[in-house]
Design a protein around this ligand. Structure first.
Ligand code: PMP
Length: 428
């Protein structure tokens, strides 16, 4: 039977099946419902606002100059001339793209320079960089774990780590946020029952701005013999006098943590992610992580930009001190004004918790109208009833900006409360 006849035979008598429609996916319906709900209550969508200039302590939206508390540019590297000069130089020398995986023809000197610098920052043997922070978690966890392993993680870890655990097929349990007693209960239950156990926490939690209890975690690691992974996305450049992150903040030996993970998109104002740790760990990732081997190398100009930002951090540690003071000032003023800052310890992230999603969206829009850009974080990114505005503090905010922003937030939230959070104005 020829191939043509075979195909014709197979389809004979079979009913045509309709091709599935993306419109029928629950994800699509949910997003459209949210948009419709916003239109119904006449609220502008605060997401995807277009900024006309690069991220910094001020931005421009719709031709207006606005105070900006919504970017990760913690130390002001994004628009810094010394960073731009290095990026331009790398662009001239290496072009825009690595144009291949590093394994084949994508390796440039700046990749290893950046990795050596990151390893030095953490005081560990080596580091490896990937093209995105998200991918770093996904491919690392997908490579070092398998179905015989167990991950125990803080309930608030980032979505990218959850995606990596899923990819690996490892079993998963979570412990209540920052509750190391709960973690220990789980360890007592599960130790010895899996090939390996990995515990994942964040140095600074991205939605709440509080810190992992590294000293206690390290004690538990010694007792129960698990791998410890710390996501430093919001801690590099933020914690410790030199901005080296969580280990410097607690004055601990970085080797107490098996996997230091971070992103290049925050303090280093670039794009990409990294793992720092032992030579064996980085060797495994460079040889076996699909997201490294089968993905293009980090764009050389982005690597150069991240390196220049780390230089800026080393040369001007006063930026870290300014960030710390600004975070403290923002947190103190917000608390004095009666705002609910949740668990924040006033480092890079200070949330103002307002309750339901509608309130958070309205407050964000009112603040924008008054000249402040800060984004609402709503369900499902945070639990229902915990919607918030998330203020990112940077070294480049000035005191007046912080004082005015906190006062405005308190006043506009007060107006919304009096107005029943805008619900009085809604035409049912
Ligand atoms: N980990 C954490 C804790 C994050 O907050 C983020 C991003 N916000 C990532 C990982 C992913 O990093 P990137 O955005 O650089 O891909």
């Amino acid at each position: 039977v020829s191939a043509m006849e075979g195909r014709a035979g197979l389809s004979a008598g079979a009913q045509d099946r309709p091709v599935p429609r993306f419109e029928d996916l629950p994800e699509y319906r949910q997003i459209r419902m949210q948009e419709l709900a916003g239109e119904l209550v006449k609220i502008d969508n605060p997401f995807y606002r277009t900024h006309d200039i690069g991220a910094g302590a001020r931005t421009e939206i719709g031709g207006r100059s606005i105070a900006n508390f919504a970017s990760y540019d913690y130390l002001g590297a994004n628009r810094h001339p010394s960073v731009h000069a290095r990026v331009r130089d790398a662009l001239d020398r290496y072009g825009l793209s690595a144009s291949a995986s590093r394994v084949v023809a994508g390796e440039r000197p700046v990749h290893r320079e950046l990795e050596a610098r990151l390893a030095d920052t953490y005081g560990v043997e080596d580091a490896v960089v990937f093209v995105s922070g998200y991918l770093t978690n996904v491919t690392t966890l997908g490579t070092i774990l398998g179905p015989e392993d167990l991950v125990i993680h803080d309930e608030f870890i980032h979505n990218s780590a959850l995606a990596g655990i899923k990819l690996s097929g490892a079993a998963r349990r979570f412990f209540r946020h920052n509750d190391t007693a709960h973690l220990e209960e789980l360890l007592l239950d599960f130790s010895g029952k899996f090939r390996r156990i990995l515990v994942i926490v964040e140095g600074v939690y991205s939605m709440d701005g509080d810190l992992a209890d590294l000293p206690r975690l390290v004690e538990l690691r010694t007792r129960y013999g698990f791998w410890l992974m710390v996501d430093e996305a919001h801690a590099l450049g933020v914690l410790g006098p030199g901005g080296r992150g969580t280990h410097e903040h607690f004055g601990m030996d970085p080797a107490c943590v098996d996997i230091w993970m971070g992103t290049l998109s925050k303090t280093t104002s670039s794009c990409g992610g990294y793992i720092a740790g032992s030579e064996a760990l980085t060797t495994i990732l460079k040889g076996a992580a699909g997201g490294f081997v089968y993905s293009v190398g980090l764009a050389p100009a982005l690597a150069a930009g991240a390196l220049a930002s780390l230089d800026l951090l080393a040369l001007e540690p006063e930026r870290v001190a300014r960030l710390r003071n600004n975070g403290r000032l923002f947190l103190d003023l917000a608390r004095q004004a009666g705002l609910d800052t949740g668990l924040s310890e006033g480092h890079s992230v200070v949330p103002v918790i307002v309750g339901d999603s509608l309130r958070a969206v309205r407050l964000s829009n009112d603040l924008l109208a008054a000249g402040v850009n800060v984004l609402p974080i709503i369900h499902p990114a945070v639990p229902e009833g915990q919607a918030r505005l998330r203020f990112f503090i940077t070294s480049e905010h000035d005191e007046d900006q912080i004082r005015e922003t906190v006062a405005l937030t308190a006043r506009l939230l007060g107006d919304l409360v009096r107005d029943n959070f805008g619900l009085n104005a809604i035409d049912p």
